[in-house]
Design a protein around this ligand. Structure first.
Ligand SMILES: Cc1ncc(C[n+]2csc(CCOP(=O)(O)OP(=O)(O)O)c2C)c(N)n1
Ligand SMILES: [Mg+2]
Length: 565
């Protein structure tokens, strides 16, 4: 049989990915890839549909790109890595995807299971002995929703559809498949067009009685609040939340947001400071949040009622977690908000009470705005607040902001308010370096949108910038990066000062977090991917430099502006 006539398990896998809706494979390959690369080359040469292969010189970029793509589209993409070591390199980026409940399909090759040439794909390289581990999936088991080994070309397509079904069924998450070389070289079975039976499960709704109870509690409250972090991951939810809050006047706190959930300029938006918003709160509804406030630092208002509505209401994978809710409700927030809106329509409200609390919330909203406006006043040096406010003036409402500014996260949220759904994203997790890959994934999905990544200086390095800007140039995904350069890792330094305010570290200012002499962050991107590069420290020059960067991006290059704070 000629190479062209053969239909391998790798071919069956490629067909299944296309039919399952996978647009890109973010790839970091190795000696486990002959069957796959041969398959993709054959598909390309013969005009058969194949996902676009995006070569990523580091797995962090590959995983974060799939995350960014899923964050702006809601759809899973694929990450293909090299055996155990590639799996280990997706590490922290996978933890973000896991915590963010992001659907993604990861596939890793496995060391061949024959050594004497018994089967096509048998070992032919010394590293295949070194990479032979007992339980490869164990590396990522705690961070994936499902793992499985592809064992035969006969059912490889079924197992891909099964993995995608699980990844995209709530609670969504990453799935991990492995395949040895011998399996991928086998003959493959083609099931044809995507057969029925593999779609994700329908989103869960709330029982009618519970909806009634929630509406009654909220509309009759004196000071009702909604706290949310990720309800905006479904963009239609934002308008539903606005509608639900407007009629009875309910205040909204985004704390801490990982998406754009509620328009920042809306008079019912109370900022991101839950402690300040709690005040006289008597009924609080959390919708989609992992940590709405820190129990040790913020006390829940005494006597207030708490309801928790979430696709993951008791945080199935967090061992210690507690909030004093009288009811935890597992539901899809978009479905639930539609139900709440339908229910509130028929309710007769106490108009004077509504008017009174609306005024109270509007005053709070204005006070928050005023606070941040004052904080952003120009100083001798560029402050993070001034930088964020300057961006807030320049950036238009359709631009997508990726916010990974760590100790300046809140500054960015408040001073670059977003009014449109889908225009702000966060890493959703705790592993630094998401922004670069995420910008690539978002730009691949939405090539006409302006993408602006904001990153701490430490975070910039975690992103693997030499890989990020190389990929961005190669695959034409230009975006603007602003580095919030505060001289190193401020977060760990703050943590020491909080824990030991009078200790040796504070008194001697010894933290091992200082990056001086600092790298030329912008020049790394210039060298790696021909990016526009500029460093700025003068407040008077800031705006013009940012505009130069944006103009460069419009010509198709990335731009990195290193802002000395
Ligand atoms: C992969 C990973 N390693 C280490 C940390 C611990 N960590 C949290 S914040 C931080 C410093 C981040 O520095 P930078 O991006 O400059 O932000 P800044 O704290 O200065 O605002 C570190 C090292 C982490 N969260 N993730
Ligand atoms: Mg820093």
């Amino acid at each position: 049989m000629s190479e062209k006539e053969k239909y391998t398990a790798a071919d069956a896998l490629t067909d299944a990915l296309v039919r399952g809706g996978i647009e890109h494979i973010f790839l970091n390959s190795g000696t486990d890839y002959p069957a796959l690369i041969e398959s993709w080359a054959k598909f390309t040469a013969t005009g058969r549909k194949c996902p676009q292969i995006i070569t990523c010189p580091h797995e962090t970029v590959a995983m974060s790109a799939a995350q960014g793509y899923a964050q702006v589209t809601g759809k899973a993409d694929a990450v293909f890595v090299h055996v155990d070591v590639g799996t280990q390199n997706i590490g922290g980026a996978l933890s973000n995807v896991c915590r963010g409940r992001i659907p993604a399909l990861i596939l890793a090759g496995m060391s061949p299971y024959t050594i004497n040439g018994e089967l096509p794909g048998s070992r032919d390289n010394m590293i295949q002995f070194i990479q032979n581990v007992t339980d490869q999936a164990n590396i990522v088991r705690e961070y994936v929703k499902h793992y499985n080994e592809l064992r035969s070309g006969v059912n490889i397509q079924q197992l891909v559809y099964r993995a995608l079904q699980l990844a995209q069924t709530d609670v969504q998450g990453p799935v991990y498949l492995t395949a040895a070389r011998e399996v991928l070289e086998q003959e493959g079975a083609d099931l044809g067009d995507l057969p029925t039976g593999w779609s994700p499960a329908a989103a869960p709704a709330v029982e009618a009685g519970v909806i009634k109870k929630l509406v009654e509690a909220l509309v009759s409250a004196r000071h009702p609040l909604i706290i949310t972090s990720y309800l905006g991951r479904q963009e239609e939810s934002v308008a539903e939340l606005v509608k639900f809050c407007e009629k009875p006047a309910i205040g909204v706190v985004e704390a801490p947001p990982s998406y754009m959930n509620f328009p920042g300029d809306h008079p019912l938006h109370l900022g991101s400071d839950v402690a300040a918003a709690f005040g006289e709160a008597d009924v609080v509804l959390v919708i989609d949040s992992d940590v709405p406030w820190l129990p040790a630092l913020t006390k829940f208002p005494e006597g207030a009622r708490l309801f928790y509505l979430d696709i993951d209401p008791v945080k199935d994978t967090i061992p210690l977690w507690n909030y004093p809710a009288e009811m935890f409700i597992r539901a899809d927030s978009l479905t639930a908000l539609r139900q709440l809106n339908a229910a509130v329509d028929g309710v007769v409200l106490n108009e004077s009470a509504v008017a009174e609390r609306r005024m109270r919330f509007e005053k709070k909203h204005e006070a928050v705005k005023e606070y941040w406006k004052n904080a952003a006043a120009p100083r001798e040096k560029i402050t993070p607040q001034y930088l964020a406010a300057t961006l807030g003036e320049i950036v238009d409402e359709d631009a997508i902001i990726l916010n990974e500014t760590i100790t300046n996260t809140t500054v960015v949220e408040n001073l670059i308010p977003r009014s449109k759904p889908g225009t702000r994203h966060h890493s959703c997790g705790s592993s630094l370096g998401w922004f670069g890959g995420a910008a690539i994934g978002a730009k691949l999905a939405l090539p006409d949108r302006e993408i602006i990544a904001l990153a701490g200086d430490g975070t910039y390095i975690f992103s693997c910038p030499s890989a990020v800007y190389w990929v961005a140039r190669k695959y034409n995904t230009p975006f603007l990066t602003i580095v919030f350069n505060n001289g190193g890792w401020t977060a760990p330094k703050f943590a020491v000062a909080r824990a030991h305010p009078d200790g040796f570290a504070v008194r001697t200012q010894t933290f091992w977090t200082d990056f001086n002499p600092a790298p030329a962050y912008d020049k790394i991107a210039e060298a790696a991917g021909g990016a526009f590069a500029e460093t700025v420290s003068d407040p008077a020059a800031l705006k013009a430099v940012i505009e130069k960067g944006r103009a460069a991006v419009k010509t198709g290059r990335c731009a990195v502006i290193n802002v000395i704070l």
